[in-house]
Design a protein around this ligand. Structure first.
Ligand code: HEM
Length: 302
């Protein structure tokens, strides 16, 4: 006890603060409880379906669960990018990010098999033109992880290979393919409202992570011949899980609902979804330097 008081005294002395006031505050503070700490009431007030179809609640909550897991992935990745780290720490953080991505992938059945297609096909109409496409955390993770050049649309990969103009690169991301009319260059509502809200923010992030993305840190280790097998394994796994595994279960789920019945339905966001969502079309690869030529060539193939 004495040791503890002494440590507290030192802590507040260093801040030029009176320890007595803090101890008195401690005496009167209410004890913490689970519901305040976890913010249960707030959390449970955030589900607001737009229809009376019971399955819409599943849809809302599962998207929210995914957003929380994406937040955890970001939380692990930024601990790698924002400080000096050793390889053990590096590999452990990627392992954790992989665990969260696996949860997203393995639980996707909550969507794929967990809602009545008849209900989904009705409540989805009220969501047009919104789409999970507009999840900004998904794009943030990409930018924290890999340079913009690896996230370019396949149409611009060669042309912009040497560009270091961030604004120009940001105009040609692979995800813009989901909402750009190739003939007129016109952008869909899905894409234009997303860009209006987030493009400036994502561009700022791209500047911040330009030379400190997970890719940059890993490449430096690889080039100096120091990279451990453990780290290579986790990074390769990350690429597979995030850029092939999850996109494939997501695409299969879209097929369950949007191909239910007679005709293939349009996406709420209006993309040519069947082609766009396939990982072999997007060719989003975070760490190409860790792949064999064969793996690179066949990326995302079934
Ligand atoms: C029944 C379930 C779902 C269906 C039918 C579905 C369908 C689609 C479709 C068709 C797109 C293409 C964009 C568009 O035109 O709308 C898309 C994109 C996307 N969705 Fe979903 N989705 C479902 C669930 C989810 C869930 C649970 C998440 C988790 C947050 C999610 C996240 C995304 C993301 C991140 C994209 C963009 C993917 C990319 O750019 O590669 N989706 N979704």
């Amino acid at each position: 006890m004495e040791k503890l008081i002494k440590a507290l005294q030192e802590k507040y002395d260093a801040q030029n603060q009176p320890i007595e006031t803090y101890l008195s505050g401690l005496l009167h503070a209410k004890p913490i409880n689970y519901w305040d700490y976890i913010q249960v009431d707030t959390l449970l007030s955030l589900q607001r379906p737009r229809t009376d179809f019971p399955d819409e609640m599943i849809f809302v909550i599962y998207h929210q669960l995914t957003e929380l897991l994406l937040k955890l992935i970001k939380h692990e990745l930024t601990q790698i990018t924002d400080q000096e780290v050793d390889q053990k720490f590096f590999a452990e953080k990627i392992r954790r990010a992989n665990r969260y991505t696996e949860i997203c992938t393995n639980s996707f059945d909550v969507m794929g098999g967990g809602m009545e297609p008849e209900q989904y096909l009705k409540f989805r109409d009220t969501l047009t033109p919104a789409s999970g496409f507009q999840s900004v955390q998904f794009r943030e993770i990409e930018i924290i992880t890999s340079p913009l050049h690896n996230l370019l649309s396949h149409r611009y990969k060669e042309e912009l290979a040497d560009s270091d103009d961030i604004d120009e690169l940001m105009q040609h991301m692979y995800w813009q393919e989901a909402g750009t009319n190739r003939k007129t260059g016109e952008k869909s509502v899905l894409l234009s409202v997303f860009e209006k809200k987030y493009l400036a923010h994502l561009t700022d992030m791209a500047e911040v992570y330009w030379s400190k993305s997970v890719y940059q840190k890993a490449l430096r280790l690889k080039e100096s011949g120091e990279m451990t097998d453990e780290l290579v394994k986790e990074l390769r796994e990350h690429d597979q899980l995030f850029n092939v595994g999850w996109p494939k279960v997501h695409l299969r789920t879209a097929e369950v609902y949007l191909e239910h019945g007679q005709e293939v339905k349009a996406a709420t966001g209006g993309s040519e979804w069947k082609r766009y969502l396939h990982p072999k079309y997007q060719r989003r690869i975070f760490f190409p330097f860790l792949l064999t030529e064969e793996e690179f060539k066949n990326w995302g193939e079934d």
